[in-house]
Design a protein around this ligand. Structure first.
Ligand SMILES: Cc1cc2nc3c(=O)[nH]c(=O)nc-3n(C[C@H](O)[C@H](O)[C@H](O)COP(=O)(O)OP(=O)(O)OC[C@H]3O[C@@H](n4cnc5c(N)ncnc54)[C@H](O)[C@@H]3O)c2cc1C
Length: 790
C-alpha cells in the first residue's frame, strides 16, 4: 500500500469498484449455478491458455477478497474445479493471502489513524497484546469461524500487526479451509449448495485446530513453570506456615503485606535494614525535607521583593548572594546552618517512621520480622536475624519487594574521591563547597538545585544532550534555565571519564574550559583548593571540572543479588527483575513489585503494583489481574516542579499518536500573580548571573505552564505536563480525569475556587474550548442577535 496515496482517492476508487460491482450485478457471476454453467467453457480456456487463465483467476480472486466482496467461496470451488486439488490449493492460497493482506492494508490506511485518535491508549494496549500474541490470535481467528474473513481483515488493519506476520499467519491459518473447499470444487458438478461443504464435525475439527495454538501457549507457560519448579518439587511442603512472605518493607512490601493481612492471609514481612525502605530513609522523605529548607532559604533571599526584610545575618557561605534583583532593595543574606538542616531532615524521617513501623504493621495483622531474607527454595524463606538466629518459613507465595540501589559507574578514581549517593548523602554534616552532581535526571536536578540554594557551588554534569530526558524539550529547557538562575553550572553532553586528584593549588577560573554554560562562581569565591576534578569528554576534548564532593545520581539498579534468586535460576543481571503483566516471575507463585520490578521507580507506582502482587500471589491460581499502568503520574520536585501524567509530545511522536496541544501559561493566573511566583523565578537566586537570562524569557511562561495533549478535535486527555509551583499537587485533577475518562469539557464544567492555582485546569480547558468554537454556528447566532436588535 502506497502510504502517500491520498485517503480521499482511495475512498473514491473503492466506492467506484464497489458501486460497479453492485450496479452491474457482477455478483451473479460468482454463484454456484453460474460457475457450473461456465465450467465447460472455462476448462477449454484453461487447456488452451493455462497461464493466462491462472493469472486472470488469481487477479479476480485478489480483487474480490481485497474489496471484501462476497464470492470468495465460489471462487475457491472454481479453483478446485479448474486446476485440481494441488494447483488449485496453491493458487487459491496465495491469492487469498494477497487479497486478505491488501484488505487489511486498506483498512489500516483508511481507519487506523481515526481509531488511534479516538482510542489511542486502548489501542496502544491492543497493539502491545498483538505484538506479544497477535500471531496466535490471528491463527485462531482464521481457523475458528467466529468472524467472517473480511471482518478479520478490517479489524486487524486497525492494529499495528506487521504486514509480513499478517500475511504468513493468514496463509497458514487459511490453509486447512482452502484445502477443504478446493477439494469440494474438484467435485463441482455434484455440488448442489454451498451449505453442505463443511460439516459440523469438520467445523469442530477446525475450531479445535484454531484453539490449539492458544491452548499450546497456555500449556507452554504451564510447562515452563513446571520445568522451573521440577528440580524443587520434592521440597514442596504439604502444609505451609504462611500464605505469603514479602521480602522488603519499602512502599511495595508494606502495601503488599497490608493488603494480604486485610484479606486475612497469614503474611510475614521481612526487612533487612530499615522499615520504610528507600522512600522514607534515603529517598522521597529526606530529599523533600532538604528541598523544603532550600526553598525557604530562597524565599528569604527573595523576601525583599515583597517589601519584607530579613535581619542581616552574616555571610552566606560559599555563595555571597550579592546579585542585583530589585532596583530599590537588596536581597537578604542567608546563613545556612547545614548541620541543623540535616538534623531537621533526620527529624522529619523520625517523625514519619511510625507510619511504617513494625508496631503499626503488627497491629494491622502483619507478622513483621527484622532480618535478612533469603529464598532457599521456591517455598521456603530463611530469615537471618541480627542476633544470629535464623527462622525458616514455608510459604505458598513470595513477593520480592527488595527495591533498587543507586548505580555507581566504574569510573577510575570515583570511589577514591569519596563518591556520595542518595544512600550516603544523608550523613553529610558539612555543606559541600563545590559539589559536582553526576546525572541530570530527576534526582540529580532536585539535589543540584537544593544544594545550590543552600550555598554550595554546584556543577551538574549530564552525558545526554539535555536534562530530564523523559520530559519534553520545553520543560527540560525551563528546568535548565531555573537551575542556572540558581547558580548551578549545567554541563550537558559531557561524558565522565575519571576522577583525578588535583595537583595544582593555583586558582581555577570560574568557568574553566567549558564554554557552553555561564558559570556563576560568586565574586570572591576561591575554588582553587578543591582536591578533585572530574575529567569529562565533550566535543572530542577533555575537560577538568573541580569539586570537593561528588554526588552520583545516574540511575537506580534493582536489588536482585545475594538473597537466593540466582540459585533458583531467576535472571539477576538486568536493571529490573523480569516479570510478566501479572508481576509473576518464571515461578508463578513468586512475584515482584516496586523498584525491583520497574518500570516506574516511584513510591506510588510501587504501592499501585503492590495490590496486584498481593492479589495475584494469594489468589492467582483462580484469577489473575494484569497490572494496569496506563495512568501513572510523577513529579520532579525542583522549583518549579515538573509533573506529568500520560503522554507528552515526545512520547506521542515516538508512538505515532496524532495529537494537538493546548497550553496555558500559569503567569496569567490571578493566584500566581498574587503569589509573585513569576517575580520570584525571574529574580534568580542570590547566586548571581541568572536574572539577565531570565528577563529575556517570555514573561508569561516564567511561572510555568499547563500543557494538555488531546486527539485532534477531541476533548479526551492523552496526557498533561505541568511546569510550575505545586505542579505535583495540580496534576492530581488531571490524573483523576484521565483515570475516569473525563474530557476537557468536563474539566471546564467543574467549579474551581478563586483564586487558586487549581483554576489553571479550568483555564486550560477553556483555552481548548475557545480553539474549538463552532464558528459557523456562532456566525448564525450573531445574525440572529442582529435581527433581534431590529
Ligand atoms: C533521592 C530520591 C528521591 C526520591 N524521590 C521520590 C519522590 O519524590 N516520589 C516518589 O514517588 N519516589 C521517589 N523516589 C523513589 C522511591 O524512593 C522508590 O520508588 C521507592 O522507595 C520504591 O519502593 P520499593 O518498596 O520498591 O523499594 P525500597 O523502598 O527500596 O524498599 C526495599 C526494601 O527491601 C529491603 N531488602 C532488600 N533486600 C532484602 C532482603 N534480602 N531481606 C530483607 N529486606 C531486604 C531493603 O532494605 C529496603 O528497605 C526517590 C528515590 C530517591 C533515591
Amino acid at each position: 500500500m502506497n502510504k502517500r496515496l491520498p485517503r480521499s482517492l482511495l475512498v473514491v476508487l473503492l466506492a467506484a469498484a464497489l458501486g460497479a460491482f453492485f450496479a452491474l450485478d457482477l455478483g451473479r457471476w460468482l454463484s454456484l449455478e453460474q460457475l457450473r454453467a461456465a465450467q465447460a467453457g472455462l476448462e477449454v480456456a484453461y487447456r488452451d491458455r493455462p497461464l493466462q487463465v491462472i493469472g486472470a483467476f488469481f487477479a479476480v480472486y485478489v480483487a474480490v477478497t481485497a474489496l471484501s466482496l462476497p464470492g470468495a467461496v465460489p471462487l475457491t470451488l472454481a479453483g478446485g474445479a479448474l486446476f485440481g486439488l494441488g494447483l488449485g490449493t496453491l493458487v487459491v492460497s496465495f491469492a487469498s493471502t494477497a487479497g486478505a493482506t491488501l484488505a487489511m492494508l486498506v483498512s489500516r490506511h483508511l481507519l487506523r489513524e481515526t481509531v488511534q485518535s479516538r482510542f489511542g491508549a486502548r489501542l496502544a494496549e491492543v497493539d502491545r497484546g498483538i505484538a506479544r500474541d497477535g500471531a496466535f490470535y490471528l491463527f485462531t481467528l482464521r481457523l475458528v469461524p467466529v468472524l467472517p474473513f473480511f471482518a478479520i481483515n478490517l479489524l486487524m488493519g486497525l492494529t499495528a500487526m506487521r504486514v509480513w506476520t499478517y500475511a504468513w499467519v493468514s496463509q497458514l491459518g487459511m490453509l486447512a479451509g482452502t484445502l477443504v473447499y478446493v477439494n469440494a470444487g474438484t467435485q463441482l458438478a455434484q455440488l448442489t449448495s454451498l451449505q453442505g461443504i463443511v460439516s459440523p464435525q469438520l467445523l469442530g475439527a477446525f475450531a479445535l485446530l484454531g484453539v490449539l495454538p492458544l491452548a499450546g501457549r497456555w500449556l507452554v507457560s504451564a510447562l515452563k513453570a513446571r520445568r522451573a519448579l521440577a528440580p524443587w518439587r520434592h521440597l514442596r511442603p504439604r502444609r505451609f506456615d504462611r500464605n505469603l512472605v514479602v521480602i522488603g518493607a519499602g512502599a511495595a512490601g508494606l502495601v503488599t503485606s497490608y493488603i494480604a493481612a486485610a484479606v486475612k492471609a497469614r503474611v510475614t514481612l521481612v526487612e533487612g535494614h530499615r522499615m520504610g525502605g528507600d522512600c522514607l530513609n534515603t529517598g522521597c522523605v529526606p530529599s523533600k525535607a532538604l528541598i523544603r529548607a532550600a526553598t525557604l532559604a530562597q524565599e528569604i533571599r527573595e523576601a525583599h521583593l515583597y517589601g519584607v526584610h530579613a535581619t542581616a545575618g552574616g555571610a552566606d557561605p560559599g555563595r555571597g548572594l550579592t546579585s542585583p534583583v530589585c532596583a530599590s532593595a537588596a536581597p537578604a543574606r542567608v546563613t545556612v546552618d547545614f548541620p541543623a538542616v540535616m538534623a531537621r531532615v533526620a527529624q522529619v524521617v523520625r517523625d514519619i517512621e511510625p507510619h511504617d513501623s513494625p508496631e503499626r504493621y503488627r497491629g494491622l495483622g502483619v507478622d513483621v520480622q527484622l532480618g535478612q531474607a533469603r529464598v532457599v527454595d521456591p517455598w521456603h524463606v530463611q530469615i537471618s536475624h541480627a542476633d544470629g538466629q535464623t527462622t525458616t518459613l514455608s510459604t505458598r507465595a513470595i513477593v520480592i519487594a527488595t527495591g533498587a540501589r543507586p548505580v555507581v559507574p566504574p569510573l577510575p578514581g570515583l570511589q577514591e574521591a569519596g563518591v556520595l549517593t542518595s544512600d550516603t548523602l544523608w550523613g553529610l554534616q558539612e555543606l559541600p563547597r563545590q559539589l559536582l552532581v553526576l546525572g541530570g535526571g530527576p534526582i540529580g536536578c532536585e539535589l543540584a538545585q537544593a544544594f545550590a540554594r543552600l550555598g554550595s557551588q554546584v556543577t551538574l554534569v549530564e552525558m545526554g544532550p539535555r536534562l530530564l530526558p523523559k520530559e519534553d524539550d520545553d520543560a527540560a529547557t525551563h528546568a535548565r534555565q531555573c537551575l542556572e538562575a540558581d547558580g548551578v553550572r549545567v554541563l550537558t553532553g559531557h561524558r565522565a571519564l575519571r576522577c583525578e586528584p588535583r595537583q595544582d593549588a593555583a586558582p581555577v577560573p570560574s568557568a574553566p574550559d567549558v564554554g557552553e554554560t555561564p558559570a556563576k562562581a560568586p565574586a570572591g569565591t576561591a575554588v582553587s583548593d578543591d582536591p578533585w576534578s572530574l575529567v569529562t569528554e565533550h566535543d572530542g576534548l577533555e575537560h577538568h571540572i573541580p569539586f570537593d564532593r561528588i554526588l552520583c545520581a545516574v540511575g537506580r539498579q534493582a536489588r536482585l543479588e545475594g538473597f537466593g534468586l540466582e540459585a533458583l535460576g531467576i535472571a539477576t543481571s538486568g536493571r529490573t527483575l523480569p516479570v510478566d503483566e501479572h508481576l509473576q516471575t518464571v515461578f508463578p507463585h513468586i512475584l515482584a513489585c516496586g523498584d525491583v520490578a520497574g518500570p516506574y521507580q516511584f513510591t506510588h507506582a510501587a504501592a499501585h503494583q503492590a495490590w496486584y502482587a498481593a492479589v495475584n500471589g494469594l489468589f492467582g491460581s483462580f484469577r489473575r489481574f494484569k497490572v494496569d499502568q496506563r495512568v501513572i503520574p510523577w513529579c520532579t520536585f525542583m522549583d518549579p516542579e515538573i509533573a506529568r501524567v500520560g503522554l507528552n509530545e515526545q512520547d506521542a511522536q515516538a508512538q505515532g499518536v496524532p495529537y494537538e496541544v493546548t497550553r496555558f501559561d500559569l503567569g496569567e493566573l490571578d493566584r500566581v500573580i498574587v503569589e509573585g511566583v513569576g517575580d520570584q523565578t525571574s529574580s534568580g537566586s542570590g547566586g548571581g548571573g541568572g536574572s539577565g537570562q531570565r528577563s529575556e524569557r517570555d514573561a508569561a511562561s516564567r511561572a510555568g505552564w499547563v500543557k494538555v495533549l488531546t486527539p485532534p478535535g477531541k476533548d479526551r486527555i492523552l496526557g498533561v505536563t505541568i511546569v510550575g509551583r505545586h505542579a505535583g499537587e495540580l496534576i492530581a485533577e488531571w490524573v483523576m480525569a484521565m483515570k475516569h475518562g473525563l474530557g476537557l469539557n468536563k474539566v471546564l464544567g467543574t467549579i474551581h475556587i478563586y483564586p487558586t492555582l487549581a483554576e489553571s485546569a479550568k483555564y486550560t480547558a477553556g483555552a481548548w474550548k475557545r480553539a474549538h468554537q463552532p464558528l459557523a454556528l456562532l456566525r448564525w447566532v450573531e445574525r440572529f442577535h442582529a435581527w433581534r436588535r431590529g
